[in-house]
Write a protein that binds this ligand. Sequence first.
Ligand code: ZN
Length: 488
Amino acid sequence: MPSLDPALAERLGELSDLRHAGQVLAWDQQVMMPAEGAPARGEALATIRRMFHDLLVDPALGTLLAAAADAEPLIVRAVRRDHEIERRVPGELTAEMSRAGSDGYSTWLQARDANDYRVFEPALARNIELARRYADCFPECEHPYDALLDRYEPGTTAAQVSDLFVRLREGLVPLISQIAMQPARQALAGEFPVSAQREIGLEIVQTMGFDAGAWRLDDAVHPFAASPSPGDVRVTSRFDDHSLAGLFALLHEVGHGLYEHGVDGALARTTLDTGVSLGVHESQSRLWENLVGRSPAFWTYWLPRLRDRFPLSLRDVDLDAFIRAINVVRPTLIRVEADEVTYSLHVILRFELELALVEGSLDVAELPAAWAAKMKQFLGIEVPDDLHGVLQDIHWSEGIIGYFPTYAIGNVLAAQLWQAARADIPSLDDELARGEVGSLRVWLREKIHRHGRLLTPPELIEQAVGGRLDPVPMLDHLRAKYGALYEL
Ligand code: ZN
């Protein structure tokens, strides 16, 4: 950044380097590290986080930012916001939240072993109380949940999410009940040896636009993407011999990785060379996974190649049958296994419950009953036990509250971007059917990736789709697609 004051640039460079180190250590922890390395790695990561915190809250940084405001107003605005938020939260509270988070995680594991929410309940109550204390540090927020949500989706409020989700829910619930009345469909079955899946997965990813020397693929139990820098993107996946789910997970994680890879080089070492929010990030992964990866156009090119790899399992599967089999909709209990249509309702359920917990209108003791009632209302199914209900996600155990909405925001935004990209690239389907994704990637880089954290999420969304978050494109897409697939 030539125009940035050298002393400020140096500070931002150090912050970026600490983030970089943290990303590499966290990636290594999940991909490479032998299990006994865990305690020392925990210490190392905590030290890096503390150093990051100390640098970020340093009043000298505030002074440099104040002096630089005119030179690089957007960079200064973003970093000043980080600086001010970090300064608001007392160190003791941060430490307490972190301890309660790791205790909560162990308690959650015990509760899962016992399949008993009562074991977990006190830990959850503690995390909720600490989340409220965190929110108290931001008295200017209209709702305490706003401060929690802002950690993951800056600039979006609980009221905006509530409004968005009510409209989304009102569209999804009737669509799902219509689909549920149709005869059940079979998901794709057969043998898909992992080594061949990895090969074709790599073949697909090679068309998607990473510079060959700027990324790598590894296995992880829970697939994720990390990005120490835009030139060092770490994608992980997990393949399984009996399903193609790992291929879709790969497309998902590559979507995250392409976002990080596409940030403008001019933002290097400013702390802005990364994704702006979890919702925007998830829009990138979902766009590739669902809107590209589950479309007939995409598989027009790739199905014959997939069939070459798995001749026995796919011999009698034509394009129509394949598309039906990778787009089965079925109300289920587990969020991470949910399909494109039902997924967002799992998220809305969690949002409504955590909002009520934070407000105090729902007591933690009543949570399983409230969960079951909403599952019945949204998806029409009964929750048999805590493991298939309130104990299924890790988030609340670690005190991660305000995060869930970003998953559904990602789905909503993915559909808005898809609609805008199709309008701008009339030949998109033809290109996908020829195995080409170049113009889509260029479009996404221009509208989303290159900006890094320079614009706020609402500004970024506004310039990309000409408006704010809107559930209509997603509902239109789902009604058209599944109306045809399920002959509704
Ligand atoms: Zn994701």
